[in-house]
Design a protein around this ligand. Structure first.
Ligand code: GTP
Ligand code: SPV
Ligand code: MN
Length: 587
């Protein structure tokens, strides 16, 4: 096959000449093509079939043990000016980066098939969607892209019509960590990724395109590409609100996006629009609208069960690809947090031995089409997306951050987003459980200088008087024995109810230096199993701790130097002053 779009055809020809594949396959996106790829991988042993009775059309892929998560230390933003990438990114000069990558790619597809994947991020007929083409030598990547994006002929038609697309070149190479780099060239709208077959490193439509490249484009074009879930909540009166929440990797987006309200919250329903990425645009009425650029979920498996996330548990029982989970004697997938079964083989395919670690990798994942989800929203494919009532930032903090608070203004909300901190998780290679600043949950994903990104966020009030209210949540507060204070999961809807009621001006709150917190009685706790002490701790702040927190936020922000918007210093000072006053009053 060839493309009638000259710029696409010549790029494919040039990549083929450089990488020397045995054959070129243009992906059509058909179901037959998916099945053929599955058969090919089964024959090669890169996939195995899971129990057909309990898990029809489910497959298992075990990745190389050194290739199980994103690699932030090998991920670069290659802008011509170093300052445009900012202190939040690793940077390499574009010419140097191309030279380095081109050397790795030279001849790397000999004996392999080169797949050309035209894809569309977002509904195929949405003005907000953006297209790309990923070239890869991995059948696993193609199969995952089929589940995660609108891929194949329809996307190619749009690309040929528009003439514009993001170019992503990927090879698994030798899976050698020493020969692994994920390079982004936002000025050229291109990506080169070598040496990893894993998720965010290899499925280039996801973090590389839909966040790093798209955030850069969004700044130029006046929109936002964010690491956010989108959930629709219907109250017993039938009113629906859409909420977008930014939590860092493995901090609860997939779970909140498909939550099931508890028994005691009769009449409430929740619908999933997206579980990882949102693109936010102002419409002509000044409403912020969100689309989900993805068409599937690449979700964390451990912890998923009938109680925590029944929707996810059900949706991964069929037509799913599992990566790095364990298996039972009868070849069902197994993971930590599953309520039945026992592991026979671990995520490396070895006989399971508890002394060698967990059975499933902590960052083991499922890939499923979004339509598998029982809570899939009929509006998930709406070309103009859904209007957002509230934006919620959050993180995983044992201490300091209360269950929920509302910011006093959009500008204050931007400061809260910029100052958000969270404990690191297994979604990235490195130490787990270390508190770090992860502004807007975008630390690994912003394709340009955070200072410019915050300025972009701060520019929205100039363009709209109808922006969503901004909140912060923390489901992960612990007592001194390490128990979670808040039950989380489906019960999180109680917090979302307060958020919606604040938006609708019908819920109470107390004003504190850091924002509006609910009084314990402002939260709906009907039939909730929680002690009064725990609730009190979740809905109060420690002034001394917060003074230290705000000083640390300022120190972090000052790391962005002259480019830091003055407004953030002003917002930080207002809170620091209010905390000082509170301290003085108390003594
Ligand atoms: P990425 O896909 O990496 O961006 O992550 P995510 O934000 O979608 O995280 P996900 O929902 O997959 O949750 C990650 C882990 O946090 C899982 O093991 C969940 O079981 C756990 N988790 C999610 N929500 C809650 C909650 O409300 N309370 C507690 N204690 N754990 C939660
Ligand atoms: C994340 O790490 O935030 C993910 C998984 O959603 S990955 O696609 O690997 O980035
Ligand atoms: Mn994510």
């Amino acid at each position: 096959m060839t493309s009638k779009l000259e710029s696409l055809q010549s790029w494919v020809d040039q990549v083929a000449a450089h990488t020397q594949p045995e054959a070129i396959h243009w992906c059509t996106g058909s179901d037959e093509e998916y099945q053929d790829l599955i058969e090919l991988m089964l024959a090669h042993g890169t996939l195995t079939t899971l129990n057909r009775e309990t898990h029809p059309n489910c497959y298992l892929h075990l990745s190389s043990p050194n290739d199980v998560a994103r690699v932030e230390h090998l991920t670069f933003i290659c802008t011509s000016g170093k300052d445009d990438a900012g202190p939040n990114n690793l940077w390499m000069e574009p010419a140097e980066a191309h030279e380095k990558m081109d050397a790795l790619f030279e001849g790397c597809m000999r004996g392999r098939i080169m797949y050309v994947i035209p894809y569309c991020m977002g509904p195929i007929d949405s003005p907000y969607s953006r297209c790309g083409v990923e070239i890869t030598d991995s059948a696993y990547v193609v199969a995952n892209m089929k589940l995660m994006t609108k891929m194949g002929n329809k996307a190619l038609e749009r690309i040929e019509r528009e003439g514009k697309f993001v170019r992503g070149l990927h090879s698994t190479g030798e899976l050698d960590p020493e020969r692994r780099f994920i390079m982004h060239f936002p000025e050229e709208l291109s990506i080169k990724s070598y040496g990893s077959g894993y998720g965010g490193n290899a499925l280039l439509g996801k973090k590389c395109h839909a966040l790093r490249i798209a955030s850069y484009q969004g700044r130029q074009e006046g929109w936002l590409a964010e690491h956010m879930l989108i959930v629709g909540l219907e109250n017993p009166d039938g009113d629906v609100h859409y909420i977008a929440c930014a939590f860092p990797s493995a901090c609860g987006k997939t779970n909140l996006a498909m939550l099931i309200p508890p028994e005691s919250m009769k009449g409430w329903r929740a619908w999933t629009l997206g579980d990882d990425i949102a693109w936010l645009h102002l419409d002509e009425d000044g409403k912020l609208r969100a689309i989900n650029p993805e068409a599937g979920y690449f979700g964390v498996v451990p912890g998923t069960n009938e109680k925590t996330n029944k929707n996810a548990y059900e949706m991964i029982k069929h037509d799913a690809i599992f990566t790095n989970v364990a298996t039972t004697e009868d070849n069902q997938p197994w993971w930590e947090g599953k309520l039945d079964g026992t592991p026979a083989k671990d995520w490396q395919g070895r006989n399971y031995d508890p002394s060698t670690g967990k059975a499933a990798h902590p960052n083991s994942r499922f890939t499923v089409p979004a339509t598998n989800n029982p809570a899939y929203s009929s509006l998930a494919d709406a070309p103009t997306g859904v209007p957002i009532s509230a934006i919620v930032f959050g993180g995983r903090r044992k201490k300091v951050a209360p269950l929920v608070y509302q910011t006093k203004s959009w500008e204050h909300g931007v400061l809260v987003g910029a100052g958000t901190a969270s404990e690191t998780t297994a979604a990235m290679v490195g130490e787990v459980g270390k508190v770090r600043r992860d502004p807007m949950a975008m630390k690994p994903f912003c394709g340009y200088n955070f200072a410019d990104y915050w300025a972009h966020w701060l520019s929205f009030p100039e363009r709209s008087e109808h922006l969503p209210k901004i909140f912060h949540v923390n489901w992960f507060r612990q007592d001194d024995d390490g128990n979670f204070l808040w039950p989380g999961f489906g019960e999180n809807i109680r917090v979302l109810e307060w958020i919606i009621d604040r938006v609708e001006h019908r819920a109470g709150a107390k004003e504190t230096p850091i924002g509006f917190l609910p009084h314990a009685e402002d939260l709906n706790t009907t039939n909730l199993d929680i002690s009064a002490d725990a609730l009190e701790e979740l809905t109060s702040i420690d002034t001394a701790q917060w003074r230290a927190e705000m000083a640390s936020v300022l120190e972090y922000l000052e790391g962005y130097g002259d480019r830091l918007p003055e407004e953030l210093r002003r917002q930080q000072k207002m809170i620091a002053d209010a905390l000082n006053e509170e301290m003085a009053k108390a003594s």
